[in-house]
Design a protein around this ligand. Structure first.
Ligand code: ATP
Length: 775
């Protein structure tokens, strides 16, 4: 998640204030931290306005200058530490006059507002009125002409902080994935009781006008039915819902989960409440059903890895925008599309958002849905196409039906099972036959005298349904490659009559696809379409900026770091040198470093040398010297497992201890395979579904084509990936293919790693980049 913009050179010293407004959201503190530190780093003065717009109106102590150390440790804290409020006074011009006066008196000429659409609208009103507010203040004698002269314009930059993910134009808002994590944890916990007692659970989640949380939690937990405000069910939904749930029960499903957004309604705008749904399930189906309203637990708790990174990158981008947006340009809001941080005019995003609510009110649901971003629509149809309903219209004609083989290759990663479940669900909806190859390519070759011995089996809906939240690989995975036994692999492809192959895994999966493609000249069995869905915690597969499992790993790592750092709070002064996995790619170490606010990150791409270590020890000394009060906690250094052969994790910890001269201590900590995570994160689950379906759709495009046509098409062996703001397939072979152009085969990683610039950002935000460069 990186912005392509060049670093900013400040034209003049700016005084930048940040406030949080509207409902609190996890990640807001990360945004404030990033704004404060980036502002100071770029030579500006940073202020925090406490209690939202109320603080702006009241002034006094509620507007405080912020120092570098003031935001230490904020990344991991939930809620907003500078407070939020709904301010009636700011809605009045008199309140905004007082606010303008407070800013001018402190020389503040830029305001970064983190909040929902209401807060951003307020910001835009303030900015558009700014010249007239100043004139009025001069007229009333509150300010003099000389006082207002330097402040003819006010820079406003918006950051969207909202758990609902209800802002148009951005794929995610700060806080939404943390909230989704809370919901999924709760539903995962309910599974046990629901399954044990064969019960139904109706779970009500937040979202008055926006069904994002409901939809994504339904995908992440394999809910049987879903109610969201934007897409009310057709009339007679009670019968539809009951028949789907009955069918799922008949297939053997022991639990029933229905997710209801708090703003759910029917096509006539009558509310569909969780109790109503429960009553229907109890009376019509005789199902022992309970209602669970999750309430405010959805808002609280520490931010997840994604929200920490998103808020940090967006906070940094907000300061850049303050520094380089022309005074008369429309105020920007910072957004994210797939993996790219971008800007768009703030009021355009607000207007689109308000239009969705207006369209829903006018019962124009199709337009409301069309106004939502394309990701939301895609997730909605992915859910509908894989969950429970029989769609006769979705079935492809007999001759286009395929036997789709699914195999996992490499180390386990969160999201492998949900991806397989989604592929199976989609195949069944379309009339294809999903076939699981158990225990990777070696499993495939384990047949006896041309007779299958059970490692290759068709997957039933019920079997795969349970994989929705399971970590690891249920069908089994290993590092065996087809190249180890091409002859028998080809034989097996023929024996089982595979028409298409879906590979889920990391660099080995990529290698496997490459070997199969290259062997097509000798074995025509491999002339079938092949797609790779990258799944590895290392995130080192060419062709994508995101691999399934990397988000789960990051979340596990930040929990680990938060916990050990906590153990060093109060009087103990400790540095933890934490060893991360990642093979020869420093992605996990760097991204985790950004998310935990690491003092330093050591990666194989850069290596480790004695100068670096000595500079970092000086930096740590300085860091401990400025530690105070509530902000006191352990420091984290992250070291990728292959960063250096000499400077091992233990050696670095020992060196720090030795050199600290008793002023602080150091410990090595190795989370090891713990990093592969337990249950996959909601992001890995939902992206697994979306990308797996895209992969099968890509395979489907080859149905009915001849073997030579398939072999002649570079895209018939392709990797799905997120690149910048797009999801796309990249061919393995051919002149522009990944194998040749993008792969560093020796180091098992892409030639160009998109995230390398993040390394600088980790250093800027920890203060490391300013420290001891002359050593
Ligand atoms: P959430 O998504 O949590 O509801 P929000 O930012 O939309 O967040 P609101 O309560 O709508 O929350 O707005 C927060 C504050 O922004 C208001 O209390 C008010 O001070 C200010 N605000 C909202 N709309 C305006 C407006 N049109 N003019 C001036 N100020 C406004």
């Amino acid at each position: 998640m990186i912005s392509a913009r060049p670093p900013v050179k400040p034209a003049r010293k700016r005084r930048i204030a940040v406030l949080t407004s509207g409902g609190d959201a996890p990640g807001m503190n990360g945004a404030v931290r990033a704004v404060v530190r980036m502002a100071i780093h770029s030579g500006s003065v940073a202020f925090a306005v406490h209690e939202g717009y109320e603080g702006l109106v009241a002034g006094g102590d509620l507007i405080k200058q912020m120092n570098w150390e003031d935001v230490r440790g904020w990344l991991s804290r939930g809620g907003t530490l500078i407070g939020s409020a709904r301010s009636m006074r700011f809605r009045e011009r008199s309140g905004r006059l007082a606010a303008a006066k407070n800013l001018v008196l402190r020389g503040i000429d830029a305001l970064v507002v983190c909040g929902g659409d209401g807060s951003l609208t307020g910001a835009d009103v303030f900015r558009s009125e700014w010249p007239s507010l100043l004139l009025e203040l001069v007229k009333s004698g509150d300010l003099t002409e000389a006082q207002i002269t330097p402040y003819t314009s006010l820079n406003i930059v918006g950051l969207v902080g909202s758990i609902d993910n209800d802002m148009s134009g951005t794929d995610a808002t700060i806080g939404c994935y943390s909230s989704l994590t809370r919901i999924c944890d709760a539903v995962d916990d309910v599974f046990d009781t629901a399954t044990s007692h064969q019960r139904g659970f109706v779970i009500e989640v937040m979202g008055r006008h926006c069904g994002w949380l409901a939809l994504m939690s339904a995908i992440s937990t394999g809910a049987d039915w879903l109610f969201i405000p934007e897409m009310p069910p057709r009339d007679g939904w009670e019968d539809d819902m009951c028949s789907v749930i009955t069918k799922n029960r008949e297939r053997g499903k022991r639990r029933t989960i229905v997710i209801v957004a708090e703003g759910a309604q029917d096509r006539h705008l009558n509310k569909i409440g969780s109790t109503t749904v429960k009553d229907i399930l109890s009376t019509r189906l005789g199902l022992d059903t309970r209602v669970t309203v999750l309430g405010h637990t959805q808002r609280g708790g520490p931010p997840c890895a994604y929200d920490r990174t998103l808020s940090t990158l967006q906070g940094v981008e907000a300061v850049k925008a303050v520094l380089d947006v022309a005074p008369d340009a429309p105020s920007p809001v910072i957004i994210i599309r797939e993996n790219k941080i971008e800007r768009m005019p703030l009021m355009e995003a607000v207007k689109q958002t308000q239009e969705v609510a207006a369209r829903i009110k006018a019962k124009d649901f199709d337009t409301a849905m069309a106004l939502r971003d394309s990701e939301f629509k895609e997730y909605y149809s992915a859910y509908m196409n894989t969950t429970s309903v029989d769609h006769p219209k979705m079935r492809v004609s007999e001759e286009k039906r395929m036997r789709v083989a699914i195999v996992h290759v490499g180390a386990p990663a969160g999201g492998m099972n949900p991806a397989t479940r989604a592929a199976v669900g989609y195949c069944l909806t379309r009339g294809h036959t999903p076939i699981a190859i158990h225990n990777g390519f070696p499993g495939l070759c384990r047949h006896h005298a041309d007779k299958p011995i059970g490692s290759v089996r068709e997957v039933s809906w019920l079997e795969s349904d349970n994989w929705v939240n399971e970590g690891g690989s249920e069908i089994g995975t290993n590092r065996g490659l087809p190249g180890d036994d091409l002859e028998n692999t080809a034989k097996a492809f023929e024996m089982y009559r595979f028409d298409a192959l879906f590979i889920v895994g990391g660099f080995e999966a990529f290698t496997a696809a490459s070997q199969l493609r290259k062997a097509r000249d000798y074995y025509s069995a491999f002339k079938i379409p092949i797609t790779v869905l990258p799944a590895t915690i290392s995130n080192n597969v060419p062709g994508t900026e995101y691999s399934l499992g990397s988000d789960t790993c990051l979340n596990t790592l930040i929990q680990f770091c938060d916990a050990i750092r906590q153990s060093a709070s109060s009087s103990r002064r400790r540095v933890f040198v934490v060893e991360t996995q990642g093979g020869k790619s420093g992605y996990i170490a760097t991204t985790a470093g950004l998310a935990v606010g690491a003092a330093a990150v050591y990666i194989p791409e850069e290596g480790i040398n004695i100068k670096m270590l000595s500079r970092d020890i000086e930096f740590l000394r300085h860091n401990f010297a400025t530690d105070r009060g509530a902000n006191r906690a352990g420091k984290i250094i992250l070291r990728n497992e292959t960063a250096s052969n000499t400077y091992t994790t233990q050696v670095i910890a020992d060196m720090i201890k030795e050199e600290a001269n008793g002023r602080f201590e150091s410990r090595a900590a190795v989370p090891g395979h713990f990093q592969q995570g337990g249950k996959p994160s909601p992001m890995d689950r939902t992206r697994a579904m979306r990308m797996a379906i895209r992969c099968v759709q890509h395979l489907e495009a080859y149905a009915g084509k001849s073997k030579d046509e398939i072999a002649g098409d570079d895209y018939s062996t392709a990797v799905i990936g997120v690149k910048g703001s797009r999801i796309l397939f990249s061919p393995m072979g051919g002149p522009g293919g990944l194998e040749f152009k993008d792969t560093d085969w020796d180091r098992r990683r892409p030639k160009n790693e998109f995230w390398l610039d993040l390394q600088n950002l980790v250093d800027i935000l920890s203060g490391r980049s300013n420290y001891g460069n002359d050593i």
